[in-house]
Design a protein around this ligand. Structure first.
Ligand code: FDP
Length: 333
């Protein structure tokens, strides 16, 4: 690593050419602010058990998940931080049924889609969790929330923060995928993983295999294939699954292989995916593609899936390009 690695704000200023001048200013304001919120969330997570911040509040969120105290706190922290940027017109959050309108002016204000604390079932066991975010143009709409609806290709930036042994922030504005590590003593994110390139093929797959009996036959056959010994093609693959999307995608970006959350096909007339499109699947799809990987639902490119609802769900198979292409092949057979 260089003697004085670039900070997140310095790096953002090198990425402006990817955006229009007006968007560049707002994107830098929002991403810089998310970096500062992430440092606060990391602190809160470190002290959660000591401050009685673990456990449930009682009740479910917009998508029916049990809500944890830190989910609510993370949402409120994100709302006030984004409001202060003056660059965010609305926030679509996992923890709110409807978009939170912020009325930031201007045609180039942004709509942020975020899951402030993703993987929250890991919280009580001190496992890794994350924050996922995606920035879309508001196109001057008022209310601005509906501007979040559309294809994943509309995203102008996306990223995540992983709260693990170190706090890592990974983002893209469509010019590669770049990773930063929080220096706790200064609160700055420093560039540690410039221009991440996902390996063309990996040796690891991540999936909740307890759901095997609900999978599409193509998904079942593919995982069976990954587990079948064949020296020439590097099989069997190893299974790693943390239960937090951010941690599983982060490993996949760096080491290659696959992260998959397929739909439940128990009723073939109505397959039911779990993960949310706007603030989980689409942003991860953009990050992985920008790192040279692929992201698919098994049937189509993730970034081509059009969101028509704020909390829409989508299946996902993402990771090394050759591995994802192989998964798609099994779905086609
Ligand atoms: P969680 O329910 O703990 O918030 O967002 C959904 C998510 O976590 C992802 O982070 C994670 O990849 C997935 O669900 C884990 O789901 P399973 O427990 O069904 O494997």
């Amino acid at each position: 690593m260089a003697d004085s690695p670039m900070t997140l704000s310095e790096h953002l200023s090198t990425q402006q050419a990817a955006l229009s001048t007006e968007h560049a200013r707002n994107v830098a304001a929002v991403l810089g602010r998310i970096g500062r919120v992430a440092a606060v969330i990391a602190q809160e997570l470190a002290h959660a058990a000591l401050r009685d911040q673990l456990g449930y509040v009682g009740g479910a969120n917009a998508t029916g998940d049990q809500v944890k105290k830190l989910d609510v706190w993370g949402h409120e922290t994100m709302v006030s931080a984004l409001r202060e940027t003056g660059a965010c017109a609305a926030l679509v959050s996992e923890e709110a049924a409807d978009p939170v309108e912020m009325h930031a002016g201007g045609t180039h204000a942004l709509v942020v889609c975020a899951d402030p604390v993703d993987g929250s079932s890991n919280l009580d066991v001190n496992g890794s969790v994350g924050t996922i975010f995606s920035l879309r143009p508001s196109r001057g709409k008022s209310p601005a929330g509906p501007a979040a609806l559309g294809a994943g290709t509309d995203q102008i930036a996306a990223g995540y923060v992983m709260y693990g042994p170190a706090t890592t922030l990974v983002y893209t504005v469509g010019r590669g995928t770049h990773g930063f590590t929080l220096a706790p003593e200064t609160g700055e994110f420093l560039l540690t993983h410039p221009d991440i390139h996902i390996p063309k093929r990996g040796k690891i797959y991540g999936i909740n295999e307890g759901n095997v009996n609900t999978w599409h036959p193509g998904q079942r056959a593919f995982v069976e294939y990954l587990k079948t010994k064949d020296k020439a093609s590097g099989r069997p693959y190893s299974l790693r699954y943390s239960g937090a999307m951010v941690a599983d995608v982060h490993r996949t970006l760096l080491d290659g292989g696959l992260f998959m959350y397929p739909a439940d096909w128990s009723d073939p007339a109505k397959p039911k995916p779990k993960l949310r499109l706007l603030y989980e699947v689409a942003p991860m799809g953009l990050l992985v593609e920008q790192a040279g990987g692929r992201a698919s639902t098994g049937f189509e490119r993730v970034l081509d899936v059009v969101a028509t609802e704020y909390h829409q769900r989508a299946a996902v198979i993402l990771g090394s390009p050759e591995d994802v292409a192989m998964a798609d092949e099994f779905y086609r057979r």
